[in-house]
Ligand binder design. Structure first.
Ligand code: NAD
Length: 263
């Protein structure tokens, strides 16, 4: 379905971004990955997902731009243009978390969360849009969160950034409403990635719980299904948003959250 399309997924060396990249590669897209850590293992996992779906020799690029730095994002987008001919599918996924009440919240953590979880998407979007508009086709998928729709104590910067990216998604959708470029946000509940594992570990230490008890306790507070959302399920939603069937899904903040925001 996505043969010939170039997809850039920020923060795709791990977790949800890796799942997104694998799902898009399995549909035939060429991938540009980004993120810290072990890029080669991620690239191999993406190429394997493509091969398993019958797409052999899928090209998987990588750029290590730090999403907190506008100049590095610009270099990454130039790399996408010169090496791949531009970006058709942009998944703004890179993100970090820090949990503390506002009076104790470190100001450098606030700045980093706003830069990585929100401002980076402004930069990638502004730089990807001209090419998408010229080709009159594009898909911008912003990985927001249930925290783009509701708040949780201790997560001020994250909730502010995620509400912000839902707003940015709406404006991006409106400014391109009469073009072939759509913009939507995906709002996951808890997904068991390294970002959430840290919260599980902190809870286990704080409340003297086993790992499994801490997971159940975390889910029990917010997620009625009692189950984690998976990167594969989120990848399938991203594939749908890239399809022709989703051409009129514009400016949505689509939750996949085990019932979290139905409460
Ligand atoms: P993760 O920690 O597994 O992955 C985060 C990715 O972002 C990694 O590839 C990491 O290297 C990259 N990254 C972090 N800082 C970066 C920077 N400065 N520059 C470039 N890359 C950077 O986390 P995840 O849970 O997969 O989170 C991915 C996205 O999904 C985030 O935006 C997060 O807010 C969102 N999200 C996660 C959950 C969840 O429960 N895990 C729920 C809702 C939304």
């Amino acid at each position: 379905m996505l043969k010939g399309k170039i997809a850039l997924v920020t923060g795709s060396t791990s977790g949800i971004g890796l799942g997104m990249a694998q799902a898009l590669a399995a549909q035939g897209a060429t991938l540009i990955t980004n993120g810290f850590g072990d890029a080669d293992t991620a690239r191999k996992a993406i190429a394997d997902a493509a091969a398993k779906a019958g797409h052999t020799g899928t090209r998987v690029g990588y750029h290590g731009a730090d999403m907190s730095r506008a100049s590095e994002i610009e270099t990454m987008m130039q790399y996408a243009e010169s090496e791949f001919g531009g970006v058709d599918i942009l998944v703004n996924n890179a993100g970090i978390q820090h949990v503390a009440e506002i009076q104790d919240f470190p100001t450098d953590k606030w700045d980093a969360i706003i830069a990585i979880n929100l401002t980076s998407a402004f930069h990638t979007t502004r730089l990807a849009l001209p090419g998408m508009r010229t080709r009159n086709w594009g898909r911008i998928i912003n990985i927001a969160s249930v925290h783009g729709l509701v708040g949780s104590a201790g997560k001020s910067a994250y909730v502010a950034a995620k509400h912000g990216i839902v707003g940015l998604t709406k404006v991006t959708a409106l400014e391109n409403a009469q073009t072939g470029v759509t913009a939507n946000a995906i709002c996951p509940g808890f997904v068991l990635t390294p970002l959430v594992q840290k919260q599980v570990d902190d809870r286990a230490a704080r409340d003297k719980l086993s790992g499994d008890e801490a997971k159940r306790s975390l889910l029990g507070e917010k997620q009625p299904s009692g189950e984690f959302v998976t990167p594969e399920q989120l990848g399938a939603l991203a594939v749908f948003l890239c399809s022709d069937a989703a051409a009129q899904v514009r400016g949505a903040a689509w939750n996949m959250d085990g019932g979290w925001t139905a409460q």
